[in-house]
Design a binder for this molecule. Structure first.
Ligand code: C2E
Ligand code: MG
Ligand code: MG
Ligand code: MG
Length: 282
């Protein structure tokens, strides 16, 4: 997925780990210019229900289509955007674009849901709920078709997290815990969190045949015991998919089904998939 150019770019950003204040200012300026020049774009990765094979959702993943450097992966600029706080502006664009583009699909796929990723500083921002409500209104988007992905780490301070999660529930959106299993959740507090879904980190899926085999079914059971759906991320092989189905995992996402797709290709994917699903039923 990454072009040579993008890998070069990634190294370029990596070298900035020891960023000076000037470098940060420079990077923020670059990101600001990119936003203004409409160089960001969303790709969407379908999420599939294992029992039916139906596409039940899509995850919006940002890409930077740089005028000279080509496609830049979010891992190369999200951390910098988080450091400078500019992520707030970027993600406002992400939320609005994801709602606007998904809205166009809802006529044909009324139960489709779109997931967006939140950064820690946004999750804690006092304006989050206000902005979210405003975007939902502006795009006339049904809140129950929006899924907010937060990471386990963002929920660690439960006294802070629970009120925010409750407010999100009041707005009517769903919440998923992303990269689940990589943080240090205590299982006892997990059930106190008003969430809808756990997204098991790819690292557990990769190890289905190895020594960590016991972890994956344990997480699936844990999720079901606390009454939430469980999605496995980064499914790359038929074997992994079959294993997850056998272990009653609800949903999957990964290269085995498809990579994240530009909007136009997503529309085609949904269309083909709909025909396939109806062919199976009839
Ligand atoms: P994430 O939310 O955990 O997203 C999953 C990542 O795994 C995506 O990388 C996706 O392309 C990749 N992936 C999906 N299936 C497979 C697979 O089968 N195998 C492998 N090896 N990888 C797979 P991507 O798009 O590069 O995004 C990386 C991370 O950047 C995301 O991790 C998320 O944390 C962050 N990110 C992406 N878009 C946004 C955004 O709009 N806002 C914020 N705040 N963060 C974002
Ligand atoms: Mg995610
Ligand atoms: Mg993830
Ligand atoms: Mg991740």
């Amino acid at each position: 997925e990454l072009s040579k150019q993008a890998i070069g770019q990634f190294r370029f950003f990596e070298k900035q780990m020891n960023r000076t204040i000037y470098e940060k200012i420079h990077m923020e300026r670059e990101l600001r210019k990119a936003l203004e020049a409409e160089e960001f774009e969303l790709h969407y990765q379908p999420q599939i229900q294992l029992q039916t094979g139906k596409v039940i959702g899509i995850e919006a993943l940002i890409r930077w289509k740089h005028r000279e450097k080509g496609m830049i992966s979010p891992n190369a600029f999200i951390p910098i955007a988080e450091e400078t706080g500019f992520i707030i502006s970027i993600n406002e664009w992400v939320m609005e674009t994801a709602c606007r583009q998904t809205k166009l699909l809802l006529h044909q796929y009324p139960s489709l849901s779109v997931s967006i990723n939140l950064s820690p500083c946004e999750f804690e921002s006092r304006k989050l709920i206000y902005k979210l409500a405003k975007i939902l209104e502006k795009t006339d988007f049904p809140p129950h078709c929006l899924d907010i992905e937060i990471t386990e780490r963002m929920t660690m301070d439960t006294e802070k997290a629970i009120p925010i999660l409750k407010e999100l529930k009041n707005v009517g959106v769903n919440v998923s815990i992303d990269d689940f299993g990589t943080g240090y959740s205590s299982l006892s507090y997990l059930k106190k969190l008003p969430i809808d879904r756990l997204k098991i980190d790819r690292s557990f899926v990769q190890n289905v045949q190895k020594e960590e085999e016991a972890i994956l079914p344990a997480i699936i059971t844990l999720g079901h015991n606390i009454g939430v759906k469980v999605l496995a991320e980064g499914v790359e092989t038929e074997l992994e998919a079959a294993y997850l189905k056998e272990k009653q995992c609800d949903e999957v996402q990964g290269y085995y089904y498809t990579r994240p797709l530009p909007y136009g290709e997503l529309v085609q994917f949904l269309d083909q998939h709909k025909q396939q699903a109806s062919a199976i039923i009839s």
